[in-house]
Design a protein around this ligand. Structure first.
Ligand SMILES: [Zn+2]
Length: 378
């Protein structure tokens, strides 16, 4: 992966490029990012850049033998570790290497995937993937070998917070006395869950959410649309590139969710009187397809938060423009301190079930009655 294919994040790129230009590559770095901000993509671009035999001041060449291997994730000096678990295929003592084929296919198709996507890909049912102690032995083993062809041996640990304490402590020993010319890139989305001793041994690289302007540009380049629509997609998807790409998958996407939300809330306020409308509404939702339903639910969550902010006079914190919010001012008072939490929880639970292939018609029927009860709390 080249830096140019990492969306936005110019500041981080500049910082990493400078470290190479100044020959001051820190041997252990902790990439701290939020989901969908591109920490893994950045780590891939960085390690490809370091290994490239024909790099420029700003990017790897993408065509030398090293870049080609990096792009396919088959470079012998770039090692990946990530949370895994036993599954139907891997019956015991699962290690990262057991899932390398799935890993390569996930990373090469979209390196912004989430932990949840990865869990589903492994097909491990309800088991919790971790980076187990045996992985640290594997890391030691691989790093003690001489590098095959590159100057650096790179070890990328994705979601380092999934290491248990034993794994972390073993890794710590290597971080304290690293073999020559090794580079550790630890990626985390949960800083609080990383051992403080690990934190003190690594250089922190913060990767914030991708800037709205970069994402709007990205969306419009991919699918021409008015800027306002692109901005709305960014908000609904919480600046998460993976969610945005999912949202753009469908060709006939209609992001005018406001009308649909208000129609649904009118039904929710009087579901018994509006049984016919409810059935019709559920049928139109069911036609949307899974990704769009999830987006619609995300929009509903954001709208209810916006309503609450409005009610408490925190207009300055609004993400919606006044023009967009104008349609919700009548509805806003129905969302308040007493119902906001369960209201949002019902919507996010619904999204979770849609992700797992719940039947949308049945789910929305049930959800409508649950929301009705909450909206009628005075
Ligand atoms: Zn190259």
């Amino acid at each position: 992966m080249k830096f140019v294919n990492v969306i936005g994040q110019q500041e981080v790129k500049d910082k990493l490029l400078k470290s190479v230009a100044d020959d001051r590559i820190s041997h252990a770095q902790l990439f701290l990012a939020t989901e969908g901000a591109g920490a893994l993509a950045m780590a891939l671009a960085y390690s490809q850049y370091i290994n490239c035999t024909n790099r420029t001041a700003t990017d790897s060449c993408g065509t030398c033998s090293s870049c080609v291997k990096c792009a396919k994730l088959i470079h012998p000096d770039v090692h990946f570790f990530y949370p895994v678990s036993n599954s139907k295929k891997i019956k015991s003592e699962a290690k990262s290497i057991d899932y390398i084929e799935s890993w390569r296919s996930m990373v090469t198709s979209h390196p912004y995937f989430t932990f949840e996507d990865w869990t589903m890909e492994m097909d491990i049912e309800n088991r919790q993937p971790i980076i187990a102690e045996r992985e640290s032995s594997e890391i030691i083993k691989r790093l003690s070998l001489k590098s095959y062809e590159a100057e650096y041996k790179t070890c990328i640990i994705w979601l380092a917070e999934k290491m248990n304490d034993t794994t972390s402590n073993k890794l710590l020993k290597i971080l304290e006395e690293p073999p020559d010319k090794t580079l550790f890139i630890l990626i985390t989305e949960n800083y609080d869950q990383i051992l403080p001793t690990i934190i003190s041994r690594t250089q922190l690289i913060k990767i914030n959410r991708i800037a709205e302007t970069d994402l709007v540009q990205y969306i419009i380049a991919k699918k021409p649309m008015p800027q306002g629509d692109a901005m709305r997609i960014v908000h609904i998807c919480e600046n998460n590139l993976k969610k945005i790409d999912n949202a753009l998958l469908d060709d006939k996407v209609d992001f005018a969710f406001e009308k649909k939300f208000l129609e649904w809330m009118r039904i929710c306020l009087k579901p018994i009187d509006k049984a016919k409308e409810m059935i019709a509404f559920n049928a139109t939702v069911a036609e949307l397809g899974r990704e769009q339903i999830k987006l619609f639910l995300a929009f509903c969550i954001e709208t209810s938060r916006e309503c609450l902010l409005h009610n408490y006079g925190h207009q300055s914190m609004h993400r919606f423009t006044d023009e967009v919010f104008a349609g919700f001012t009548k509805f806003a008072p129905f969302i308040h301190q007493k119902n906001i939490q369960p209201f949002v929880k019902e919507l996010s639970d619904a999204s979770y079930h849609i992700e797992r292939n719940a039947n949308p018609k049945i789910l929305f029927m049930d959800l409508t009655f649950k929301l009705a009860r909450l909206l009628n709390i005075k």
